[in-house]
Design a protein around this ligand. Structure first.
Ligand code: GLU
Length: 553
């Protein structure tokens, strides 16, 4: 059946042929093997970490092959659109170093020759292909009301048959052109459906780049192509867009896997070459004994803004996600501690086929390693960029004391086992506050940590002597410690564990108590990097003033 006249009535404004568009958007002239991928979010909310995960894979696959990675905005569900979501997507991706070669560059600008890159602006293109399908008898208008459709569904479910609009249940599948024209004339509402040529008794063999070989029954549902509002469904837009934008590899969430039979059929009906597909496992979280989807409602870490706010360096988040993409990343990173992650070769076929487990503890570990491997100047740069937005006091203090801050960030960095102090920037303040009088002086006496078993008075007694006898310019950590040992021994503290254990009553304590008292006076904390180094960074004047302040507590 052909619907020439009907096609003209439904789509009077279509001016071009399908060939026009097929020629307008030719295959890109890229080197052999180059892949064209896209990130295709719907602007229905703010970015989820799963979006970054998908975009990262797309970007890596395109870049690794010297291909194209583009941004397409899928806004055909206009009721669900959230203001600012497009700008948020672009800013987020940029923040994570995932920049697009093509596509939307803001709410209303784009770059590239394959646009428009926003589905709501592509109606003319979808209509052209829909019209063509109508003419060929591969599509038809369906005049069912929503009520009729839900009744059909209920009936099918009650009878335990596959629900949907297909075969004998598709009321308007065999509508005549005359009837359709009459109904339209009467002003009846309709949608456009595919006249599916599929038979579920036939199976389709398929190779997914992540899931491997799969097979499924042919689709026989007469899926909707164009909705009542004149916009296409995801299925139809996907086929048209990914073909005309010449996507070679459709990499998307596994929630679309069940629609693949529809898509394979649509490409065939439209006469389009099928792209390769990779269905990415959903990001899951361990919740007690079971796994569940990472949820924006329940999990702070689901929102991309979380990583920025608490200050995980973007490279850390990306590297953690790469760990999930390919578990071999961890080994590669251990073997290549200083190489840029872009050098790692992402391989889709090595990705876990089932869930991708997201684990904040592991992210913390990865982050500590990455920050430990950064140069002090980079730590400084990253930190002040974060602090400027999220901790103004620290921003002012750190930038006003840039040289000191860089020395602080450089403590124990150069050795084979660099310190792993921070996983995220919001931890920095607590770990370095004592270098700054402005923060240190605000501490109440209750906040001062003392070595276990030492009273404040005993600690003060140590400091009262130590401040007069210690040698600030000992010259080396070892000499400084010898000096401390000597002072401690004179005060009645034991320098030898065995000796102390044999006669604990003969001593006030161990030399470690003396060092602990000095640590308390200098930093108010029991856990700090090497004391000698801290004192050298603070300088003699500040060190001495700390002893005075301690005695005045
Ligand atoms: N707009 C779809 C979504 O946000 C994109 C799926 C795809 O990448 O094809 O789920």
């Amino acid at each position: 059946m052909s619907f020439e006249k009907l096609a003209e009535i439904i789509f009077p404004e279509v001016k071009y042929s399908t060939e026009y568009y097929i020629e307008k958007y030719p295959k890109r002239n890229l080197k052999e093997g180059a892949k064209v991928t896209r990130y295709a979010p719907s602007p229905t909310g703010f970015q989820h970490i799963g979006g970054v995960f998908a975009a990262l894979i797309d970007e890596r696959i395109a870049s690794q092959s010297e291909g194209i990675f583009y941004l397409r905005i899928e806004d055909t569900d206009q009721k669900r659109e959230v203001e600012g979501a497009i700008e948020d997507t672009i800013a987020t991706m940029h923040h994570f170093g995932l920049d697009f070669n093509e596509g939307m560059t803001s709410e209303d600008t784009s770059k590239g020759e394959y646009g428009p890159y926003r589905q709501s602006q592509r109606a003319e293109i979808y209509n052209t292909f829909a019209k063509d399908l109508l003419i060929k008898g591969l599509a038809y208008p369906d005049f069912c009301t929503p009520k009729e459709l839900s009744e059909l569904r209920e009936k099918q479910i009650a009878q335990k048959i596959t629900p949907g609009y297909y075969g004998e249940y598709a009321k308007f599948r065999n509508i005549t052109e005359e009837e359709a024209l009459e109904r339209i004339e009467r002003g009846e509402k309709y949608i456009l459906r595919l006249k599916s040529p599929g038979n579920p008794e036939n199976r389709v063999e398929f190779h997914d780049l992540i899931k491997g070989d799969i097979s499924f029954p042919e689709n026989n549902q007469d899926v909707v192509l164009i909705k009542g509002d004149g916009l296409p469904t995801y299925h139809f837009a996907h086929a048209i867009d990914d073909y005309l934008m010449r996507t070679t590899d459709v990499i998307r969430g596994e929630e679309w896997l069940s629609s693949l039979p529809i898509h394979v059929q649509l490409f065939e009906v439209l006469g389009f070459e099928l792209p390769r597909y990779a269905h990415i496992p959903t990001i899951m979280k361990q919740d007690g004994g079971s796994k569940r989807k990472l949820s924006k409602r329940k999990d702070a870490e689901a929102a991309v803004s979380y990583y920025k706010e608490v200050g995980f360096p973007t490279v850390t988040v990306i590297e953690y996600l790469l760990n999930i993409v390919n578990s071999t990343f961890e080994e590669w990173r251990a073997e290549n501690p200083t190489v840029d992650y872009h050098e790692f070769d992402v391989q889709l076929d090595k990705m876990s086929k089932s869930g991708a487990l997201f684990d904040l503890v592991k992210l913390n570990d990865v982050s500590k390693d990455r920050i430990a491997a950064m140069k002090a100047t980079d730590v400084y740069g990253n930190y002040i960029a974060w602090a400027k937005e999220f901790d103004e006091d620290m921003y002012k203090l750190v930038t006003a004391n840039e040289a000191m801050a860089k020395e602080i960030f450089n403590i124990d960095k150069e050795g084979p086992k660099p310190r792993k102090d921070f996983a995220k920037w919001d931890e920095v303040r607590d770990k370095i506050f004592y270098f700054f009088d402005e923060l240190f002086d605000k501490e109440a006496v209750e906040q001062v940590e003392l070595p276990k078993g030492l009273t404040l008075d005993a600690a003060k007694e140590i400091i009262a002597t130590y401040k007069n006898e210690f040698n600030f310019n000992a010259g080396s950590q070892e000499a400084w410690f010898e000096d401390l040992k000597e002072i401690g021994t004179k005060l009645g503290y034991c320098a030898n564990r065995k000796e102390f254990k044999a006669n604990p009553d003969q001593f006030k304590g161990m030399i470690s108590d003396v060092a602990g008292a000095v640590r308390s006076a200098i930093a108010h904390r029991n856990n700090t990097p090497d004391l000698y180094t801290i004192m050298q960074i603070m300088g003699e004047e500040k060190t001495r003033s700390r002893f005075e302040k301690f005695l005045a507590l």
